[in-house]
Ligand binder design. Structure first.
Ligand SMILES: Cc1ncc(C[n+]2csc(CCOP(=O)(O)OP(=O)(O)O)c2C)c(N)n1
Ligand SMILES: [Mg+2]
Length: 282
């Protein structure tokens, strides 16, 4: 991709991260670590890949997005807000009573949300159902989903993977945000996933492995997904990432899975992200 295009994506992602930190700080709760690790994937999808219209969020022909790791809602909300689905300043009301930006995505109240998620394992199942619906309705839309690596320990995920392959859903592209950490520490210490690529391939999907913070590699994976359409096989992307990416003291640190920064930590995080935004705007 051209340098200017990459820089534009980096700037959007830096703004997303700035709003994630703002939202979680204002709420005094939430999940910054996993939101910051999937930011670049969601940034790319909403800026370059998905056919969606902020003015017409229920367009029946739109591409769908399901955040299966629903606790990372701040990442999705920041992308939707920056794209104009709603006023981005609503991020300051994250998790407040009566706000439409609750701790987990809700299809009923939030423009741009295609599925309510939060109970790990369910999102990818719903995404599979949506991809099957597209096939049955003769529609061309695609379904994108992002799972957590800890989430992949859920048995329901593997039922969904089996179902998608059985139904030949080559219109679904699932990413795992492979940050190596879950709520209690290392995924490998809690319950190792083993060779994810070998497993999902054995479950009938085609798969690629990428650096989930590298926009050229994200683009390459999506190109491979689009070329894979017609194969009758669903497509899986193992995106290697860092939890807490973009904020020095949160990076690769499981303790930032589900906690909000105190004022001093907020100031450091915002200082780092504002400097990044300034550098990219310059
Ligand atoms: C069914 C279910 N069990 C437990 C939880 C609580 N929970 C929320 S996040 C999380 C850890 C998820 O780890 P991972 O999927 O790796 O997320 P990430 O690292 O991307 O934040 C858990 C256990 C849940 N949301 N749903
Ligand atoms: Mg994880």
């Amino acid at each position: 991709m051209e340098n200017a295009e990459r820089k534009e994506l980096e700037l959007f992602a830096a703004k997303m991260r700035r709003w994630i930190v703002e939202g979680v700080y204002c709420a005094k709760s939430g999940h910054p670590g996993g939101s910051l690790s999937c930011t670049d994937i969601i940034c790319y999808l909403y800026n370059k890949e998905m056919k969606v219209d902020p003015q017409n969020p229920k367009d029946p022909d739109r591409d769908r997005f399901v955040l299966s790791k629903g606790h990372c809602a701040p990442a999705l909300y920041s992308a939707l807000g920056l794209k104009g689905f709603f006023d981005i300043n609503e991020m300051k009301n994250l998790r407040k009573i009566d706000s439409f930006l609750q701790g987990h995505p809700c299809i009923e109240h939030t423009p741009g949300i295609d599925m309510s998620t939060g109970s790990l394992g369910q999102g990818i199942s719903a995404a599979t159902g949506m991809a099957l619906a597209a096939k049955l309705d003769g529609k061309d839309y695609r379904v994108f989903s992002v799972l957590g690596d800890g989430e992949m320990q859920e048995g329901q995920v593997w039922e969904a993977l089996m179902s998608a392959a059985h139904n030949k859903l080559d219109n679904i592209c699932a990413f795992v945000d492979h940050n190596g950490l879950q709520i209690d520490g290392n995924v490998d210490d809690v319950m190792s996933l083993g060779d994810i690529k070998a497993k999902v391939t054995a479950f009938g999907w085609n798969a690629v492995e990428i650096d989930g913070h590298d926009f050229d590699q994200i683009e390459g994976a999506l190109k491979a997904f689009n070329e894979n359409r017609g194969s009758g096989k669903p497509f899986f992307v193992i995106a290697n990432t860092h939890k807490g990416r973009g904020v020095s003291f949160m990076t690769d640190n499981a303790s930032w899975h589900g906690s909000a920064p105190k004022e001093e930590q907020y100031n450091i995080a915002v200082g780092e992200l504002d400097a990044k935004i300034k550098e990219l705007e310059g």
